[in-house]
Design a protein around this ligand. Structure first.
Ligand code: 6CS
Ligand code: FE
Length: 291
């Protein structure tokens, strides 16, 4: 007789109404070293220079090469800006680009992810966000974990993202904003996940969007921190940190590479609140640890 253990859903979301659940998982799963204390408290850690200026040039050139390639532009892993028709994002760059694959394996990157998650890790998702100037749209407030739990089937909050700036992140060109401390509260959103939601949500998220009341309460309680930094700077942030970014109407692109590491102890199961899982180039189903 086969028994299928259906994992208990610790973080209900996308039901009839919004529901708040206190975080039931550690933030730092490995030893809490002094430099991780602020990550544990705030849900993020800013790094002035994760990669050196000469290295940034290599990754910038690779981003430019990818978005100029018609085959990449036509690929389903590319998301196109609705208005300008520029490339907005390219997913799974750690698989389609040896240059970005090398970045993922860099000890300064994967080593930190292992420290935070306290285990071997694999890449749940990677993407380059081009965010060109002259009107590139931002990403409305959301918790990544809310989507990765609902649609990709990640059971626990044992996932960390790093956003590495490939161009200068000014305080004017649509930088990342995070609510410090918001990672300790899970906001289950109201509204079911439509079928094939990802086809729209990666341009403009709808399902999984917090209400104005909830956002106001979060912002009053936690405040909002805007991240700026030179190319090569980086922001590590917890999967459940409430974050977003504004449109970029300046002439200065705000491009980054975004890598999501998940613990090999937290591999994706069936979606907790969606009819079908998202494609594996958005939510990986290959759990091979990064070596
Ligand atoms: O849905 C996702 O997985 C992606 N969407 C956003 C806005 N942030 C996380 C992730 O890249
Ligand atoms: Fe996000």
């Amino acid at each position: 007789m086969t028994t299928t253990t259906t994992l208990q859903d610790l973080y209900p979301t996308r039901g009839a109404s919004e529901v708040v659940t206190p975080r039931r998982d550690p933030v730092v799963w490995g030893p809490l070293t002094p430099e991780l204390e602020s990550f544990e408290r705030d849900g993020f850690l800013a790094v002035d220079q994760l990669i050196a200026p000469d290295e940034v040039e290599v990754y910038r050139a690779e981003l430019d090469r990818l978005i100029a390639d018609p085959a990449i532009r036509a690929d389903e892993r590319s998301i196109i800006e609705p208005k300008s028709q520029d490339v907005r994002s390219v997913f799974e760059v750690h698989r389609i680009s040896d240059v970005f694959a090398k970045l993922v394996r860099d000890e300064r990157v994967v080593g930190r992810a292992r420290e935070i998650l306290g285990s071997d890790v694999y890449v749940h998702q990677s993407r380059i966000n081009v965010k060109p100037g002259f009107g590139a749209s931002g990403f409305y407030w959301h918790s990544d974990f809310e989507t990765w739990h609902a649609e990709d089937g990640l059971p626990r909050m044992r996932t960390v993202s790093v956003s590495i700036a490939l161009t200068e992140n000014h305080d004017t060109n649509g930088g990342l904003m995070i609510m410090p401390g918001s990672h300790r509260t899970f906001l289950g959103c109201a509204g079911e996940t439509p079928k094939d939601n990802y086809k729209k949500s990666l341009q403009m998220q709808d399902a999984g969007t917090p209400s104005d009341e909830a956002l106001t309460k979060f912002a009053d309680e936690h405040g909002i921190r805007l991240f700026t930094g030179r190319a090569g700077s980086a922001t590590w942030f917890d999967c459940n940190a409430m974050h977003g970014s504004g449109d970029n109407i300046t002439p200065f692109p705000r491009s980054n590479v975004f890598i999501v590491f998940n613990s090999v102890e937290n591999t994706a199961v069936e979606p907790f609140s969606a009819p079908v899982p998202r494609p594996d180039y958005i939510g990986a189903r290959d759990f091979t640890p990064v070596r």
